[in-house]
Unconditional design. Structure first.
Ligand SMILES: Cc1ncc(COP(=O)(O)O)c(C=O)c1O
Ligand SMILES: Cc1ncc(COP(=O)(O)O)c(C=O)c1O
Lengths: 479, 428, 428, 479
């Protein structure tokens, strides 16, 4: 397909402004750019067709099952889009929050922020939450900065290390390092969880905290999580909860009750906000009592009949300019209010049911990465297939040809030829069955028609792409 | 429940296939003592109930003023087609293009966005997006540290005070020295903003030369709309150009989602954070796009990654690309001219106030009123005006100082009415 | 201009290819004396200008009341997904499926819509849509004339007076006798409405039998939402079922676009106006859909066609289909129950007024107030209520009569507040 | 693809209402339906996917060039959609217009209706226009009813016949008959227009009016239109203008100035409102002085600072319940206000330029149906190709395979194997060239690869469909 720049024609226009109703002014020439930016010159119809065609070369949840493990690709309710498009939400200037003069003009937003933070905290058994972090990784950074602030405040200057399982998402170690910590990796046991003894051995005095995902990225509940928490706290180390997998346990157990001190939520996972081809998401942090004084500020707090701002005394300060990705938070709020108490509990029950159903249908054919006990996602290894020359990637591409998005592959790094399947609760049994049928048909093709798997995908706009060429002949902009 | 398709019958069939009696059995790996007791979550609401509730909350926000509030975030006109196209579900319900063959729409749009940013800034490489303008400052600082192998960050006084605050928060536990000033000696970089937070337009070319002599980087935080007119980061010799991209297609949205823009030079690209799309071919020689240079990223490099960023603001980047494509080369220039001209017109109507800028301004300027700015603003609010940002409230001025922003959306009548009202209120 | 891509350069190249010097030459076949001199059309406005202007006009319409206005057009909740899906450009920027291979989305949706209407009404065939409920009455009348080969149309008093007026306008120059009553003798059809314009629910089964004995057709104009509860046209023995489809997915929109629904029995289908989609197969045996029975239509039969209809309300039919699919079997019932129950509740709160209906009502009823209805309505308007339709204003009642409609959107609090206010205003 | 009914599962739900907040009531059993309507039982995600998939089996203007002759498939501006979605427009109850009590609540709508009717009249040189008619054909019916009312009023009881060219759209004769007239057909001349002598011969005393399309459906301006009008008026016969082709002349000449007495506009053609897969359109009527007293009522009229309603003394009455397809009219209004005076004139100039450019590129290869002078559309006959076994339909299907929508084929009935191509002004030269290249390639394939043309389309979701089977095994609903 042509680039938009290749469709540009000198002199063609889409939008114009009305004739200027004031005298035209210019800046001194030395402050001006030499030439206008070579933006596309196109008519509206051609811009519209260009992006319509691009969209048709994409696949989203509205098109098909998207079982990307660890990403919780659940249905994005349309009502949430309507909520975020309310002019009273979408047109609100954030600097209304910068001046007490304008506080009266944004009380609805304050009410929403306050109640959403309260409910998020409540969902996870935390004392409070802050919407400021802009995505999950940003929440991790915020959380680890909160840990740093805590230790600094307590004079724990020796505490410079964070323990992170080898199965953890790459953002965990990256965030810890960005927050100034050293990272040590704790290996997973054969059963896919952390071994308590190994943990205890690592838990030296300079450990500032531990970052866990629970269920972890193997889809398994960390059986010893309570003991880990107890041990950690005995050394004044803090427990971080990576909320990417909160969907598995929402309404069943709460990170706060498990002993976690700080966590992030991925509103674009558990709370169904759209993934937007990579973002924007929203990654609020939640904290236990211990970390309450350090939360990012300013915070929305009740004030008489309404709300005002206040900054916690020992706040780490602003991690976002205002309240994070507010319009994403509005969507999550709509979602939360719709489900409510009883509904949220059904979310995790059905997410786990669906993953276990897929596991039950595929485990006879694909090799489970772990003995079982999967919660919201199930993990297979394509190692047996790989020995026959069919890799996880071939299976993924073949799924594309069969009308599905692929699972996450090659993550977590702890599992060779990993296939990580997370169906979420929003998929019907018919969809799960169709997907399983496709997986079983692919397994048969490993012996019967391996070439078809290597050739896949053939039904997509392009076939497999040359990534080596992309990196070698680096072309990242049409100039 | 509304978004869960599974019926009672389905559930029975699935449990049978799994070989357990009830769903509860699937939670057996959670120690019973750890199961939740209770929570304070209200009962759910129907879709209709949610819609009414949101409308009620929205009605407690006032967006019907004639507003002169800017301060880094501007009320520009967003063409109708931006919503229509970015609202296509194939875009917004997809995720990161992990399977490029099914994600060419995403990948080509990122590539085209990167191209648009390079063309706008006269830089060589852009990434697929960062979170926002504030985090972009932090990312540019650490990127500079990686390149220059120094740990002093010089923040020029032109920079938005919120960005400075965010930089400090983010870097709190890093071994970085953050100073305000403009001396590149010994620094990893000097970070400037153009126009300045108070709206002044400057040429940082000379500072860039001093930076390069001192082996420091010049980081320029720009205002995208201003580049319809103003000298570009590339022309000033910037090593890294960053921006808050809200002004090119994002609604104000009480703070987000916005768009962190970052561009750099070829020589620095391997130190740049964030996703990057690159062009390549498939087996049949068809053009296609993939994420490239991934060795910079957290999912490959973990502790050694250039940044922890994973989810970014891709849909906002798409919106920016559509927005820029609709205005196009001439239209984008027209918008800048309108913003500047209207701001100059308003300035000319405010003879009663002292202009605080020490140079030309683009579409925003600071004035010192005869009375406290907050007082004037409060009074004008009653008349339906948001007069601007009282600078003292953000620690960037005296009590009487007001930051006033103008965009192409302001009509001359609105400017006249505001000037008259402000004069009446401030000079009484 | 904004929506014309042709540049000056393009134009020159095109003129050269055509072999003329200027565009004017292409208008040579218009006699010069007939060319336009001048017109009073104002100068154009930018997209932004248009948007502001429309917003200004919209602000002079008030849609923020608690409203009890019905009279055939109801404020029902439209699920968010209806707009999202019917707003996909592949639907709304397409036209009539003249090329079925490129229009399976349109054709299958028409087929599914026809199915939904049949399921809703217990009829056998439905068309792809007519203009609205009023023109459907006219089309049903002429269809009956074709079938019964008689020219008397009996309109039952239950029918919306506007529909009667429209029927008379449409049939003004036809050799039809239009009488109000319920006697099928010698008539092509008797047209009834259920619930009646004043909201009364009736069973027209007996009338249907009398019609069939008299070899007349029974035409039932129904209110779609009521069929979540009420006996269907099919169950009453209707030959033709028609409806205003606004209530199932169309915004009130000051009168349109709405949806004319028409369904009939197999034996009458070849006399039915409007497009009809049917299922078939392609060469490879794949299921597909086409327009069928086209010999009824104007583009084939011209003067002998069943109707002149060409463009219909296809997108509205799609909206109705999506709306019905989202509510589904149970939800649709739930909506009807809510409408009815809330209306009954309000009725119970209006003891001070005389209920005029001579039978049960669904969600709308007529009351006689102690004071003129228009007076009460005017006063309640000041309190934010639209009290209903003063029946005298549409020639369907006395001065004190008010038609009050309730939907699932009314909360008990709203009903209570309204009852209290109405009592206060009416009984002073 | 499965039908939505085939995806239904008992007990599955998308939407619910909140629990009833009043006592539940039921109607007496004898007034209730025996069983609930068997509407689909589905989750929201599956409804969304169903219709997303259906949309993907459709092609609209946003996807590709759609040169459907006589239909004016121009680009539908997105701003017009935004205008119609304004809550102050879309949520307005039409019965506000039924009671003077509520007149104050809909003054914005009245202002829009009044100004749009005024501008429409002005565009066509008419005295007034009415938005009531719901589509073009409904406008024709209204117009012929106006003619009937005029003659009845003048006592012209003998005037019972309308003359209509054989090239006219089928709605013309059908509408005239619905309005109670007899129709006589006047044949087109070899040059594609009406021959004045033939017309004069037909113009007997009982002729009530003539319905013309101008340019006609051959794309040709009726050269003798002024003479026809003069002749007609000399016999007190009225001239109807079918506005389907107004796009060719807007801003260049005006039906009213040509002598027409009554006309309809197709807002979904000339004024760019979307065609909505078949509708809704909007078909206002315009009238000259002569027919002013008969216009449908009520009408919006100025009243002090605002507007009120009034019904013309001799009005034919209501042809619509309120003001026609109001939200379509809002879109057309946005379009009109955007272009304004100068812009509208460019519309016709570019529409005509584009059609003539296509004609210039194709006339050497395809046989022109008429010698030339095409305005906004150009018409070819595939008769030469048909002699080789390739019919207009084969050319159309092959265009689908090449990524274009097909032109109108087999209409007008006056041209054998007709290909009627209307590009509109919103298409770029590149698009026109790509289309012409495809047409030329198809012409080559007539000799070189005729089988490929017979097999077309192969790239669409289904191939050619069996229309005979559809009519024979009539299946028009899944019950
Ligand atoms: C387990 C886990 N942790 C953290 C993240 C990072 O979240 P985000 O992409 O919102 O930054 C992800 C994202 O996929 C994840 O799967
Ligand atoms: C020449 C002509 N006249 C009349 C009509 C009827 O217009 P509508 O479809 O809006 O009823 C059409 C529609 O295509 C047409 O092309």
């Amino acid at each position: 397909m042509q680039l938009i720049y290749e469709k540009s024609q000198p002199g063609r226009r889409a939008l114009r402004l009305d004739a200027l109703d004031v005298p035209a002014c210019a800046l001194p020439a030395e402050l001006c750019r030499a030439e206008a930016a070579t933006l596309p010159e196109m008519a509206e119809i051609d811009v519209v067709r260009h992006f319509t065609h691009l969209s048709q070369r994409n696949v989203g949840i509205d098109d098909t099952f998207y079982p990307l493990g660890s990403c919780t690709m659940k249905y994005n309710p349309k009502i949430a889009e309507v909520a975020a498009a309310e002019p009273g939400m979408s047109q609100l200037h954030p600097h209304f929050s910068s001046s007490p003069t304008y506080e009266s003009e944004c009380q609805g937003a304050y009410a929403l922020i306050h109640e959403l933070e309260r409910q998020l905290a409540e969902v996870a058994g935390m004392k409070a939450a802050s919407l400021q972090p802009i995505a999950g990784a940003h929440g991790e950074l915020t959380g680890t900065l909160l840990m740093a602030a805590y230790h600094k405040d307590k004079g724990n200057t020796h505490k410079d290390t964070i323990i992170i399982p080898d199965s953890a998402h790459g953002t965990n170690p990256a965030s810890a390092v960005m927050a100034g910590f050293k990272v040590v990796e704790i290996p997973s046991d054969a059963d896919g969880t952390i071994h308590l003894d190994a943990f205890e051995a690592m838990l030296t005095d300079n450990v500032a905290g531990i970052m866990l995902t629970c269920p972890n990225t193997h889809g398994l509940f960390e059986k010893d999580v309570a003991k880990i928490a107890k041990l950690a706290h005995s050394k004044d180390a803090l427990l971080y909860y990576d909320g990417a997998n909160l969907n598995a346990i929402v309404g069943q157990c709460r990170p706060g009750d498990l002993g976690f001190d700080v966590m992030h939520y991925n509103l674009h996972k558990t709370f169904a906000t759209p993934h937007g081809m990579g973002g924007p998401g929203c990654g609020p942090v939640g904290v236990s009592e211990r970390l309450l004084p350090y939360l990012p500020g300013p915070r929305v707090v009740p004030d008489g009949d309404g709300f005002t701002l206040a900054t916690p005394e020992k706040s780490i300060g602003r991690i976002a300019a205002f309240f994070g990705n507010y319009l994403i938070a509005v969507r999550a709020y709509a979602y939360l209010r719709h489900y409510g108490d009883a509904g949220l509990k059904e979310v995790s029950r059905n997410a786990v049911l669906n993953a276990n159903y897929i596991f039950a249908r595929l485990k006879g054919t694909y090799k489970a990465a772990f003995p079982g006990n999967f919660m919201h996602e199930c993990i297979f290894t394509a190692s047996p297939q790989a020995q026959k020359g069919i890799h996880a990637t071939d299976i993924a591409k073949s799924l594309l040809d069969r009308g599905f998005h692929a699972p996450t592959i090659y993550f977590p790094l702890t599992v060779k030829e990993c296939l990580m399947i997370e169906p979420t609760e929003t998929e019907s049994k018919e969809t799960l069955d169709a997907f399983c049928d496709a997986m079983l048909a692919i397994a048969e093709a490993v012996d019967a028609a391996p070439d078809s798997l290597h050739a896949a995908p053939v039904s997509t706009p392009v076939g497999r792409l040359d990534e080596v060429k992309a990196a070698r002949d680096l072309n990242c902009a049409c100039l | 429940m509304s978004w869960i398709p599974t019926t009672e019958t389905d559930q029975q069939a699935m449990l049978a296939a799994i070989g357990v009696d009830d769903v509860e059995a699937l939670f057996a790996s959670i120690p019973p003592s750890l199961r939740m007791q209770s929570w304070d979550i209200p009962a759910g609401m129907s879709e209709m109930g949610v819609r009414n509730h949101i409308a009620e909350l929205a009605s407690r926000n006032n967006v019907n003023h004639t507003s002169f509030l800017g301060g880094g975030y501007y009320d520009h006109y967003i063409p109708a087609a931006v919503d229509a196209l970015s609202g296509r579900s194939e875009f917004y319900t997809a995720y990161t293009p992990y399977q490029p063959e099914s994600s060419q729409g995403t990948l080509q749009s990122i590539y085209e966005y990167q191209s648009a940013i390079c063309r706008l800034t006269n830089m060589e490489f852009a990434n697929a997006s960062l979170y926002d303008g504030g985090t972009a400052v932090f990312e540019a600082a650490t990127m500079s540290v990686r390149i220059a192998r120094r740990n002093r960050i010089v923040v020029h006084p032109s920079v938005n005070p919120t960005y400075l605050a965010m930089l400090k928060t983010h870097a709190a536990n890093l071994d970085l020295e953050i100073v305000v000033g403009d001396d590149p000696e010994g620094a990893a970089c000097v970070i400037v903003q153009n126009p300045s937070f108070q709206g002044t337009v400057a040429d940082f070319t000379a500072l860039g030369e001093r930076c390069h002599e001192a082996k420091a980087l010049l980081v320029v935080s720009f205002y995208p709309v201003s580049l319809g007119m103003v000298k570009t980061p590339g022309e000033m010799g910037a090593d890294i150009a960053i921006a808050e991209g809200q002004s090119i297609g994002m609604p104000l949205g009480f703070g987000g989602p916005y768009l962190g823009i970052m561009a750099t030079l070829k020589k620095h690209v391997r130190k740049m954070p964030g996703r990057i799309a690159g062009e390549t071919k498939d087996q049949e020689g068809r053009r296609g796009f993939v994420l490239t240079l991934q060795a910079r990223e957290q999912h490959i490099r973990r502790t050694k990654a250039m940044s922890n960023i994973c989810s970014n603001q891709a849909l906002c980047a798409l919106r920016a690309l559509i927005h820029l494509s609709l205005w196009g080369k001439e239209g984008f220039k027209e918008v800048a001219i309108a913003c500047h001209s209207k701001a100059e017109y308003l300035k000319s109507r405010l003879g009663f106030a002292e202009i605080l800028n020490d140079g030309p301004t683009f579409n925003e300027f600071a004035v010192r009123l005869p009375i406290p700015a907050a007082e004037a603003a409060a009074e004008l609010l009653q008349e339906g005006f948001v007069a601007g940002l009282p600078l003292a409230d953000v620690g960037a001025g005296e009590a009487n100082d007001l930051l006033i922003a103008v965009t192409e959306k302001h009509s001359r009548e609105a400017l006249d009415a505001f000037a008259t009202a402000l004069e009446r209120v401030a000079c009484n």
